[in-house]
Each structure stands twice: as structure tokens, then as C-alpha cells.
Design a protein around this ligand. Structure first.
Ligand SMILES: Cc1cc2nc3c(=O)[nH]c(=O)nc-3n(C[C@H](O)[C@H](O)[C@H](O)COP(=O)(O)OP(=O)(O)OC[C@H]3O[C@@H](n4cnc5c(N)ncnc54)[C@H](O)[C@@H]3O)c2cc1C
Length: 401
């Protein structure tokens, strides 16, 4: 029985070790994580947890006792410094931990503002780890002025929490519209209007020149020359895959740690899953930054580590909560050339097409559209655009036919 070591005790790492045991692996399993907490879910960090509506223990993916009960050695507060591929050991805290097979589930690191732009001032936060949110939560109080840098999902979720906390919220997005990287203009329009209706000032096509202050933050100079007085900043400008360890070990990197369809890296004894891993998809090496991918890919890798040789077929879905709106996304909109909207009220959906092929659906408070879209995409059925645009059309019938 192989000894298996997993580096990175987050969403993917926890799913991987649980699946190994569920599949009956009897060998030694060591899960190593640099954070003090056992593996936990990140999505609530920018939602219910930051809003103070979720207890710490509910973040944990499994009770702390799960790991010992399932004979998984969980090493928290332990950073892996290097991997010695010829001796098949990982070096962590001065110890050499041997492996027969190794999985990398190291996640990603948030991009920061450079120190010269004020990135190190007190009061400037990123949202990635529990520690980040525990640090920023006391700043989220009524009347304070917050600047959110970046109009992606993390920035928008932080803006929603801040507005609900009674803060004065300004959000700047360097691109000409929020959510530009991930969604169609119709989805951007929906969320812009939603935030504005909650008093958030959104400035698109505007970046941050630099933050100001002596030690502690006191303001921001924007790229359009505006000077803002600011008490708190949240930086939500994207993430980079955590590849440093893999790169230093000489593994192939291409938009993340490069894996084949099985999740195997360029070293046959080393696997990768979750945010840090890139996988072949429609001719590209893509990365999927989502919980669903972290779980599904990690479970596929667990099976393949035990010899299944089954390619991972991603079935992407993603969600975001802002105020009383639940956004659910099915599929991947990459390469779309047109969209159709269904409904035009607070409940609506945006359907993405590449030619005649339905690729993805953004559903805002429209769980039915989300479910139908997901099932249609998975079944490879692409309804005609005019049918989707007609909210009275019965899309479910297409699934039966
Ligand atoms: C605030 C926030 C909100 C989000 N909201 C959503 C959402 O609504 N829906 C959705 O689908 N996804 C969401 N995501 C994304 C989702 O959480 C990630 O895609 C998911 O956590 C990826 O899992 P992972 O295991 O790859 O990485 P992680 O969960 O980040 O785990 C990686 C772990 O590896 C550890 N590590 C790295 N290097 C080392 C080392 N050398 N030694 C030891 N340990 C190491 C890291 O400290 C970390 O704990 C959100 C993410 C954030 C931050």
C-alpha cells in the first residue's frame, strides 16, 4: 500500500484524503497545511462569515476529529518548504516526510497591491484566508469609508457586506465594466444596478494610482485624479495559482501546475488538483477557481492515484451571494459569441452561446433557469436562442424529448 502525502489542507486536499479512504485505501495518508485551522470552506469568508452570520465551526469541512478517526495524519501550522523528487520526500519544518505518491493541492495566492502603491499600509486587506477576514472584520463598522479595489466576485461580495454594515462604499474597477473577465455585459449591468440601489458608488474604467497614509491608511488617489478619504481598503484583484513549490521541484508549469486529464503532473508520482492545477480542456490548459472543481477534481485524482485511470470531466458550477440575490452559474462561457437573456426583472438569466451551442448560464434569483441550463448543457442540448428568450417557453420539455 502506497504512502500518500497531500500538500495543502484546503477544499481540494480535504476532499482528496476523504475520497482515498472512501475508496478503501489502507496506506498511510498525511495531509499537510500551513494554516492553523483544519480544512475549511472559503466562500462564506466574503459572505455570511464576514457579515457575522456564521460561526467559525460551521466553516470547517469536517469535524476536527474526522482526521484522526479516519487515520489521516493532519499536520496544521506546517509549511512544506521543498519536495525532493529523487528521494521521494517532502521537507516540512525540518522533517523529511516520505511518499510513494504525492498530491499538490496548494490553492492560490491573492494578488496584492505593490508596497510602493501603499499595499502594506495598515487597513489594507485581501480576502483569502480565515486570518484575513478575522483581521478585517473589526474594520467593517457603520459609517466608516471603505474602498474596494476590483469588481470581480470577491470585490462585489465584500462591497455587499460593507453596504449591509452601513459603511460608505466605493468600488473601483480598472476595466470598463465590473465582472468583465467572467461575465457578459447583461450580468455586469444587473450587479451594477443592484449595488447602486444599495448606495455603493461604482467607478468603472478607474484604477488606483496609490493609497496614502503614514503607517496606517488614510486615503487613495485614483487613476482619474480623484482623491478619496478612506479608512479601509479591500483588494480583490484576482489570484495566482500557488505553483512556487512545484516550480522549485522542476514540475512543468503552464497556467498553474500542468496536469493531464487524470490529474497527473509531469512527474508520474505527483498529482495536482484544485486552484493550483491546470487541466486540458478544449485544446487549452485551463484552471477553474471554484469549490465544485476543487472537490470533483480532487476526487477524480484520488481514484486515479489508486489506479482508476479515469479522465476528469469538469462539470463546472459556481455561485455568488450579494444582498438578497443568489447568482448561480452553470457551464463555462469561454469563447462565447452571443448571449440571450431570459426574464428582465429581479429574477433573470443570461445564456451564453458559441454559434448554436449553449455554453453557460448565469441565473440571478432564477434557480429554475439554472437547473434547466445545467441539465441542458450536461445533456448536450442547445435550445434555439429565440426559444430561450421567451420566458413562457417550456425548456424542460426539451430534456424529455
Ligand atoms: C473569499 C472567497 C470566496 C469564494 N467564494 C466562492 C464561491 O462563492 N463559490 C465557489 O465555487 N468558489 C468560491 N471561492 C473559491 C474557492 O474557495 C476555491 O476555488 C477553493 O477553495 C479552492 O480549493 P483548493 O483546495 O484548491 O485551495 P484552498 O482552499 O485555498 O487550499 C489550499 C491550501 O493549501 C495551503 N498551502 C499552500 N502552500 C502550502 C505549503 N507549501 N505547505 C502547506 N500548505 C500549503 C494553503 O495555505 C491553503 O490552506 C472563493 C474563494 C475565496 C477566497
Amino acid at each position: 500500500m502506497d504512502d500518500i502525502v497531500v500538500i495543502g489542507a484546503g477544499q481540494a486536499g480535504a476532499s482528496l484524503v476523504a475520497k482515498l479512504r472512501a475508496l478503501g485505501h489502507m496506506g498511510k495518508i498525511t495531509l499537510i497545511g500551513e494554516e492553523p485551522a483544519p480544512p475549511y470552506q472559503r466562500p462564506p469568508l466574503s459572505k455570511a462569515y464576514l457579515l457575522g452570520k456564521m460561526e467559525l465551526e460551521r466553516l470547517y469541512l469536517r469535524p476536527e476529529s474526522y482526521y484522526a478517526e479516519n487515520n489521516v495524519t493532519l499536520l496544521t501550522n506546517t509549511t512544506v518548504q521543498s519536495i525532493d523528487r529523487s528521494d521521494k520526500v517532502v521537507i516540512a519544518g525540518g522533517r523529511a516526510i516520505p511518499y510513494d505518491q504525492l498530491a499538490l493541492t496548494t490553492g492560490s495566492v491573492p494578488r496584492q497591491l505593490p508596497p510602493a502603491a501603499g499595499g502594506l499600509l495598515r487597513g489594507v486587506h485581501v480576502v483569502r484566508a480565515l486570518r484575513d477576514v478575522d483581521e478585517m472584520a473589526p474594520d467593517f463598522t457603520e459609517g466608516r469609508r471603505i474602498l474596494i479595489i476590483g469588481g470581480g466576485y470577491i470585490g462585489l461580495e465584500a462591497a455587499a457586506v460593507a453596504a449591509q454594515r452601513g459603511m460608505q462604499v466605493t468600488l473601483v474597477e480598472m476595466a470598463d465594466r465590473i465582472l468583465k473577465r467572467v461575465a457578459a455585459p447583461e450580468t455586469s449591468d444587473y450587479f451594477r444596478a443592484l449595488h447602486q440601489s444599495h448606495g455603493v458608488t461604482i467607478k468603472e474604467g478607474v484604477g488606483v494610482e496609490r493609497l496614502t497614509g503614514e503607517g496606517a491608511l488614510d486615503g487613495a488617489i485614483l487613476s482619474d485624479g480623484t482623491e478619496l478619504a478612506v479608512d479601509t481598503v479591500v483588494v480583490g484583484i484576482g489570484i495566482s495559482p500557488a505553483t512556487a513549490l512545484a516550480e522549485a521541484a522542476g514540475l512543468e508549469i503552464e497556467n498553474g501546475i500542468k496536469t493531464d486529464a487524470m490529474g497527473r503532473t509531469s512527474d508520474p508520482a505527483i498529482w495536482a488538483a484544485g486552484d493550483c492545477a491546470s487541466l486540458p480542456f478544449r485544446g487549452d490548459q485551463i484552471r477553474l477557481e471554484s469549490v465544485q472543481n476543487a472537490i470533483d477534481q480532487a476526487e477524480a485524482v484520488a481514484a486515479n492515484m489508486l489506479g482508476a485511470e479515469t479522465p476528469y470531466d469538469p462539470k463546472p458550477w459556481f455561485w455568488s451571494d450579494q444582498y438578497d440575490v443568489k447568482l448561480q452559474i452553470a457551464g463555462l462561457n469561454m469563447g462565447y459569441d452571443g448571449t440571450v437573456t431570459r426574464g428582465d426583472g429581479p429574477a433573470m438569466s443570461v445564456w451564453y452561446y458559441a454559434g448554436d451551442t449553449l455554453r453557460a448560464v448565469d441565473a440571478m434569483n432564477a434557480p429554475r433557469d439554472y437547473m434547466l441550463g445545467k441539465r441542458l448543457i450536461e445533456a448536450g442540448i442547445s435550445p434555439a436562442r429565440d426559444v430561450v428568450a421567451d420566458p413562457s417557453a417550456n425548456l424542460k420539455a426539451l430534456l424529455r424529448g
